[in-house]
Structure formats: structure tokens, C-alpha cells
Write a protein that binds this ligand. Structure first.
Ligand code: NDP
Ligand SMILES: O=C(O)C1=N[C@H](C(=O)O)C[C@H](O)C1
Length: 265
């Protein structure tokens, strides 16, 4: 499949280009960066530091290459991702988006686009994190009503959104499991607000150094607690997952897909 990578100079974009370049089922057509960057016009191999030229350009206009691709892989910024989505709809191309930080209304535009193109949105493309979701469902069913549920996420100092897209998805999975018994899932810290409010999930974000990604869900009981944790040591697991998501979209009809479809778990 022919692939365009958005943001090939970014942490994720570079690794996705690397992974796609090594896969037999993928061919890199181009990378797309912001206007004015000194690397626009250079070979994607140079920009993504692949160690060789690969004969694919990095451009600043998705429209210039979109007709040559089957799927766009986009881990960039929410502003850019919304633009990419519009262009993909106009040209009827499939999109894998892993960008985080969207509002509910912005997420709705992905669902709308999925009426005409295949869209796969995943705030976390690691297989292990998605196994963690299964463990959370089990724990929530067993003890969700009798424990206090708090989510702590840690990322690098450059991350621009908080809480992470993953922690929101973990919270949503827990909330879905508890159904109407959960009053409010959105408690971001509790500065000066006193004691814990029952029936809520607390979200906590830590930003330090170059931590790639850590998520822990605490089920706090009296006299004991359960913690379910995932740590990534680098961003490669997400890049591999992103390419698996793109491969999954081959020949798919328009629709909204998630990593659950890819992993079949
Ligand atoms: N779903 C998942 O599993 C994961 C999701 N993410 C999410 O992916 C996103 C990107 O993360 P990360 O790679 O760390 O961020 P980076 O800041 O390292 O990369 C973002 C890239 O987007 C590029 N960009 C910005 N604006 C534009 C534009 N207008 N046109 C084209 N490219 C643009 C930047 O270009 P330049 O470098 O020139 O500034 C940069 O290369 C975040 O939302 C993050 O949360 C991250 C990891 C895993
Ligand atoms: O910015 C990151 O690095 C990551 N972002 C995603 C998120 O917001 O959950 C996924 C992963 O945690 C890495």
C-alpha cells in the first residue's frame, strides 16, 4: 500500500517512516511537513533519518501527492490532523490518525468523515496498552464499585496535551463498564477541593524529561490497592501499531475503525 506520512520530522512521524520503509507491504510516497521548514523539498529518507534516500519527497502540500497514496498516517498536531481529515475526505483516501488532544466536537468530525472514507482513530497504538484495557474491564467489573479509581499518566516534557489521549480512553473504558453508576468521569486533579468525591475518576498528568509513556490505573480500596500499569521505553511500539492500523485499512469500506478492530481483542 502507498503511504503518506504527516510530520516526518516529529518523534512519531520519523519512527513511522522507518517502520513503513522496512515493511514489505508498504511503500512510502511522501512526507508532509509544515510550510517554511528547511527540510521541505528534501528526500524523506534524509528528513526521517532513515540512513538513505528513498526517492520520496517531503512536501508542504498534501494535495500535491494525495492522489498517489492509499492511506495517510497522521501523528502530528490537532490543527494539522483536522486539515488532513478534510483533504482525505475531498480525495476519498483512508486515514490513520493517532494525534491526541481533540475535543468531543473535533472527535465528531472523524466520525462524520468516516461516512465517506475509512478512518482509524487510536489514541494509543500499542498492543500491550490495548490488552491493559481488557484487564481494566475485568478489574472494574469485579471491584469498580468498591474502590476509588484514579489514573496517573507520565510523558515527556514536550507533550502538549493533558491528560493524555490514552488516559481518556482508559477512563472511558472503565466508565462504560460501570455504566450509569459513575456520576462524573472528569476530575482533573483536585486542587484545594478537599476530600475525594465518590463515583468519580481522577486524572493526573506528570511531565518530566524524556519519559515516552506510562499509564497506571489505581483501584484504591481500604487497606489495599490494585495498580494496573503500562510503561513504554520508547515510541517504537506506537509506530509499529500505526503501520499495522494502516495495513488493516487495505480494501476497507468507509467507516470508523479502532485499534480493537485491528487487534481483534
Ligand atoms: N496514538 C499513539 O499511539 C500515539 C500518539 N501520539 C500523539 O501523536 C502526536 C504527535 O506526537 P509527537 O510525534 O511526539 O510530536 P512531535 O511534536 O514530535 O511531532 C509533530 C510533528 O507534526 C509536524 N507538524 C506540525 N504542524 C504541521 C503541519 N501544519 N503540517 C505538517 N506537519 C506538521 C511537526 O513538524 P516540525 O517537526 O517541523 O515542527 C512535527 O514533525 C501527539 O498528538 C501525540 O500525543 C504520540 C505517540 C503515540
Ligand atoms: O505524546 C506521546 O508520547 C503519547 N501520546 C499518546 C497519548 O496521549 O496517550 C499515546 C502515548 O501515551 C504516547
Amino acid at each position: 500500500m502507498n503511504v503518506v506520512v504527516i510530520g516526518p520530522r516529529g518523534k512519531m512521524g520519523r519512527l513511522i517512516a522507518q517502520e513503513a520503509n522496512e515493511r514489505a507491504d508498504m511503500h512510502l510516497v511522501a512526507g508532509i511537513g509544515p510550510k517554511g521548514r528547511p527540510y521541505i523539498g528534501k528526500d524523506l529518507g534524509q528528513v526521517a533519518k532513515l540512513g538513505e534516500d528513498i526517492g520520496a519527497p517531503v512536501l508542504d502540500e498534501l494535495q500535491a501527492v494525495i492522489s498517489d497514496c492509499d492511506v495517510i498516517i497522521d501523528f502530528s498536531t490537532k490543527e494539522m490532523s483536522l486539515e488532513v481529515l478534510d483533504t482525505a475526505v475531498a480525495y476519498r483516501k483512508a486515514v490513520v490518525c493517532g494525534t491526541t488532544g481533540f475535543t468531543e466536537e473535533e472527535m465528531a468530525s472523524f466520525k462524520k468523515a468516516a461516512e465517506v472514507i475509512p478512518v482509524l482513530y487510536a489514541a494509543n497504538t500499542s498492543k500491550l496498552v490495548n490488552v491493559m484495557v481488557k484487564l481494566l474491564e475485568l478489574a472494574t467489573t469485579a471491584i469498580g464499585n468498591e474502590t476509588d479509581i484514579e489514573i496517573l499518566e507520565m510523558h515527556d516534557r514536550w507533550k502538549t496535551d493533558a491528560p493524555s489521549g490514552t488516559s481518556k480512553e482508559l477512563g472511558e473504558a472503565i466508565a462504560a463498564q460501570l455504566g450509569s453508576q459513575l456520576k462524573d468521569v472528569a476530575v482533573y486533579g483536585r486542587e484545594g477541593s478537599g476530600s475525594r468525591q465518590a463515583g468519580t475518576i481522577g486524572y493526573h498528568s506528570l511531565r518530566a524529561g524524556d519519559i515516552p509513556s506510562s499509564h497506571t490505573v489505581f483501584f484504591g480500596g481500604l487497606g489495599e490497592r490494585l495498580e494496573i500499569t503500562h510503561h513504554s521505553y520508547n515510541w517504537e511500539c506506537f509506530a509499529k501499531g500505526a503501520c499495522d492500523c494502516a495495513a488493516y485499512l487495505t480494501g476497507k469500506k468507509p467507516g470508523f475503525y479502532t485499534i480493537k478492530d485491528v487487534l481483534a481483542i
